[in-house]
Design a protein around this ligand. Structure first.
Ligand SMILES: Nc1ncnc2c1ncn2[C@@H]1O[C@H](COP(=O)(O)OP(=O)(O)OP(=O)(O)O)[C@@H](O)[C@H]1O
Length: 440
C-alpha cells in the first residue's frame, strides 16, 4: 500500500524493521530510496524533532561510498523520516547468522571498508556511537572486493545520537549496545571517535570468532568485562589480525588506531590472508555444556573469555557462539520486548563502587582457575616425591633382604624377588628377638 512521506516521497513496502522504526522501499524525485520512518513515540518527542532538524545538515552532507547516504530528512505531521540511499543487499548481522563466521580475508576486507566510512565521518566531526553488524550493509550490487568479499557500507549515522537526544542530560545513563560499548563510555566519559574504533574491532573479532570478546550473560557482567578484562585470544587467528584487534580494543582510547590507520593496516594484511578458510570453530554448544578450567561441571555458564581460555588450554573448543543479534535494552519502546533486534540501548551506568566490585569478582574468577591449577600441580609434585622415597626404601630393604638370605641360607637365591621384602619387613629385621625364647 503506497503512502506519501512529505511532498517528494512515496513508500510502497516494508523492507526491514529496527528499534528506531521501520524501513520502507520508496520512490523519490531521483529514483528508488529507502525510507526509515521513526517510531511514533519518537516522532512525537519534541526534543527529538528539534534535534532531527538540527542534525539534518551534518547527516545529509556526509557523502562517502562506504557510508549509506542520508538523502533527506522529512518532518511531516506525525511522520519523522530519514530518506536514504537504497542498498541492494543485506546487513552484516544477517550474513553472520547465516554463515557463523567469515574467512579472515573477507572479514578484514569488510571491516576495512567500514573503517573508510568511519574515517570520513570522523573527519567531519561525526561519531557513530552504534557500530555493530546490524548497521553494516553489504552492497551485493557492487563489484566484490578482494577475494570476492562484498563491499560494505556503514549506516544509521547519527541515529543513536538522535534517539538519545531527549535523555542526554541524564548523566547516569549510557547509550549503545552492550557488547560493543567502549570502556570509557561505561566509565562516563564523553564518547569520541575512538569508541567507534573499539566497536568496529569488536565486530571484526565477532566476524572471525563467531562471538564478541566481552559478550555473554547479563548486561552488568558484559560492562564489567569491557572495563576490567583483557581480550580473550582466538585460537588460530593470524598474528597480524590479532595485533590489530588488540590495539583497537585497548582500554585507553588514545592507544587505539585511528579509522584511516585501521583501514590501511587491514588492507596490508589482505594478501597474506588470501585463501585462508574461516576459523574452524567447534559447533555451538548449550551454555551448560561449557566448561572452563577450575569450573565445576554443571556450574553457571562460563564467560566467553573463560571458555576461550579453556579452548586454548585444553583444545576442547569449549566456547559458545552468540545466538542471533546483540540484544540491547531500549528505552520505552512499546514493542521492544518482543523485538530482539532493538537497539540504542539506554542502561544505567554502574557506579565506581559497582565497577570496583565487578573488578574484584573478575579478578577472583580469573585467579581461581589459575590458583586451582597451581595447587593441583604442587600436589602432584609432592605425590611424586613421596613415591620416589618409598621406592628407594623398598629397593634398599630388598637388597638387605637378599644379602641376609644369601648369608643365612648359604648362598641360596630366592626364586621370587617379591618374597624377600616380606621377610625382611618382619620383626627380625627390626632387631626384635624371634624364636621360641622370645617374649610373647
Ligand atoms: N538503506 C537501506 N537500504 C536497504 N535496506 C535497508 C536500508 N537501511 C536499512 N535497511 C534494511 O532494513 C532493516 C532494518 O534497518 P534498521 O536500520 O531500522 O534496523 P537495524 O539497524 O537492523 O537495527 P537497529 O536500528 O535496531 O540498530 C535492515 O536490517 C536492512 O535489512
Amino acid at each position: 500500500m503506497a503512502r506519501k512521506i512529505g511532498s517528494r516521497y512515496t513508500v510502497h513496502q516494508v523492507i526491514g524493521r529496527g528499534s528506531a522504526g521501520t524501513v520502507w522501499l520508496g520512490e523519490g524525485p531521483d529514483g528508488p530510496v529507502a525510507v526509515k520512518l521513526l517510531r511514533e513515540d519518537l516522532a512525537g518527542d519534541q526534543v527529538l524533532v528539534g534535534r532531527f532538524v538540527q542534525e539534518r545538515a551534518a547527516l545529509t552532507s556526509l557523502d562517502h561510498p562506504r557510508v549509506v547516504g542520508v538523502r533527506d530528512m522529512v518532518v511531516d505531521g506525525d511522520d519523522l523520516a530519514l530518506v536514504m540511499e537504497l542498498v541492494h543487499g543485506t546487513d552484516l548481522r544477517s550474513r553472520l547468522e547465516r554463515e557463523g563466521v567469515l574467512s579472515p580475508q573477507a572479514a578484514a576486507s569488510v571491516i576495512a571498508d567500514v573503517a573508510d566510512g568511519l574515517a570520513a565521518a570522523h573527519a567531519a566531526g561525526i561519531v557513530h556511537r552504534d557500530v555493530k553488524p546490524e548497521n553494516v550493509m553489504l552492497d551485493l550490487a557492487a563489484p566484490p572486493g578482494p577475494g570476492g568479499a562484498p563491499r560494505a557500507k556503514l549506516t544509521d549515522f547519527g541515529i543513536a545520537r538522535l534517539v538519545d537526544a531527549p535523555r542526554r542530560t541524564r548523566a547516569t545513563r549510557i547509550i549503545g549496545t552492550p557488547d560493543y560499548l567502549a570502556p570509557e563510555i561505561i566509565e562516563g566519559l564523553e564518547p569520541r571517535a575512538a569508541v567507534d574504533i573499539y566497536a568496529l574491532a569488536t565486530v571484526l573479532y565477532e566476524l572471525l570468532a563467531g562471538f564478541t570478546p566481552f559478550g555473554g550473560g547479563h548486561t552488568g557482567a558484559v560492562l564489567r568485562r569491557h572495563v576490567t578484562e583483557s581480550v580473550p585470544p582466538v585460537p588460530g587467528l593470524p598474528d597480524g589480525l590479532w595485533r590489530i584487534i588488540s590495539e583497537c580494543l585497548a582500554k585507553a582510547p588514545a592507544s587505539r588506531l585511528r579509522a584511516a590507520e585501521l583501514a590501511d593496516r587491514l588492507r596490508e594484511q589482505l594478501p597474506a590472508l588470501a585463501g585462508l578458510p574461516p576459523l574452524a570453530l567447534p559447533a555451538q554448544r548449550a551454555p551448560d555444556e561449557l566448561a572452563a578450567p577450575g569450573r565445576q561441571a554443571g556450574a553457571e555458564p562460563t564467560t566467553l573469555a573463560e571458555a576461550v581460555y579453556a579452548e586454548a588450554e585444553t583444545g576442547t573448543g569449549a566456547h559458545r557462539r552468540r545466538r542471533g543479534p546483540a540484544v540491547p535494552l531500549v528505552p520505552a519502546a512499546p514493542d521492544a520486548a518482543r523485538d530482539a533486534r532493538d537497539t540504542h540501548t539506554s542502561l544505567r551506568r554502574p557506579s565506581p563502587q559497582e565497577l570496583a566490585g565487578y573488578a574484584a569478582q573478575s579478578r577472583a574468577q580469573r585467579t581461581a582457575p589459575a590458583a586451582a591449577h597451581r595447587n593441583g600441580r604442587r600436589a602432584l609434585v609432592r605425590r611424586r616425591r613421596m613415591l620416589a622415597v618409598l621406592l628407594a626404601v623398598v629397593l634398599l630393604l630388598a637388597g638387605a633382604a637378599a644379602a641376609y638370605s644369601a648369608f643365612a641360607g648359604g648362598g641360596h637365591r630366592h626364586g621370587s624377588g617379591a618374597a624377600a621384602p616380606a621377610r625382611v619387613l618382619g620383626p627380625a629385621a627390626q632387631g626384635v628377638p624371634v624364636g621360641p625364647g622370645a617374649p610373647g
